[in-house]
Design a protein around this ligand. Structure first.
Ligand code: ZN
Ligand code: ZN
Ligand code: ZN
Ligand code: ZN
Ligand code: ZN
Ligand code: ZN
Length: 281
């Protein structure tokens, strides 16, 4: 190995071309470009928000600009999200809205002043003490126990066929895998005819669907859209139906006439066994 050759301590390959050597800004540790790139991408893929120098025993981190230079735009967006999650989780003054699909960052309120707060983006209520979705009757500690104990919170019996069902995501509208019955996870009431999910607008299950107002709105819009499409198709196809109706009617008449002609000539045999017996008798 001559003095201009560098050996990467990750892949142990000799690197002759100086432009293929990468020097980390903070600690000056050096590796081949290829290894640092793969390392940074793998760190993002496993969800690391802070990416440390890959050298053994070196605790320095790569800067955001450095990380960016190794990632595609999509990968860098993912990294930024990881970084934000990490920073908010670390920050005692901020927290994420607990409602599904919202993810808005909120300032931690004074729980002694106000127990119920409303998310400024999805407008769903939040308990300011435990920072979970709003709960009026249970106290926070009981709620935390039921969250921690999935046997009690995530397994229920289908009210129609009694099969045990496990809820895997946060949605409260459940379709039984066995009998296809659709019901509310919390109160077990049927949601079969509740196309617009109005059940989650009132009563004890209000705002407990587990989706943001926006996705509920989109669901309703889609349902209305499907109804309108059906009506539209009916209107479009009705002139066609009117056009072919006389033809169908004529054919039908002809067939009936043929049928009577044949039966009057004694050709007709009924297909039901009962009448065949009578014929034989
Ligand atoms: Zn290497
Ligand atoms: Zn280093
Ligand atoms: Zn929200
Ligand atoms: Zn609470
Ligand atoms: Zn069922
Ligand atoms: Zn319900």
């Amino acid at each position: 190995m001559n003095e201009s050759t560098f050996q990467c301590s990750i892949c142990y390959n000799d690197v002759d071309n100086k432009s293929e050597i990468y020097r980390i800004t903070s600690c000056h540790c050096q590796f081949c470009q290829q290894c640092v790139r793969q390392y940074v991408i793998s760190q993002v893929n496993i969800g690391s928000a802070t990416i440390r120098c890959p050298a053994n025993g070196c605790n320095d981190s790569l800067s955001t600009n450095e990380i960016r230079s190794f990632l595609t735009n999509a990968q860098f967006n993912l990294y930024n999200k990881l970084l934000l999650d990490y920073e908010v989780a670390k920050d005692p003054r901020r927290f994420f809205c607990p409602h599904m699909d919202c993810g808005h960052i909120l300032a931690v309120p004074d729980a002694r002043k106000q127990r119920s707060i409303t998310c400024t983006r999805c407008h769903n209520p939040i308990c300011s003490k435990c920072r979970r979705q709003w709960h009026s009757t249970e106290d926070c500690t009981r709620l935390l126990i039921s969250y921690a104990n999935p046997i009690h919170s995530d397994i229920k019996q289908c009210p129609r066929c009694s099969v045990l069902l496990e809820r895997v995501n946060g949605c409260a509208q459940i379709t039984c895998v066995i009998c296809k019955h659709i019901f509310c996870w919390y109160c077990l009431r049927s949601l079969e005819n509740d196309f617009f999910l109005l059940h989650y607008e009132r009563g004890s299950c209000r705002n407990r669907l587990g989706h943001s107002r926006l996705s509920l709105f989109l669901h309703r819009l889609l349902t209305i859209g499907l109804f309108l499409l059906l009506i539209f198709l009916l209107i479009v196809t009705s002139p066609l139906l009117i056009l072919i109706l006389p033809y169908l009617f004529c054919c039908g008449q002809k067939q009936i006439r043929n049928y009577f002609d044949r039966s009057s000539r004694g050709e007709h045999r009924s297909s039901t066994p009962y009448q065949s017996v009578i014929d034989i008798v």
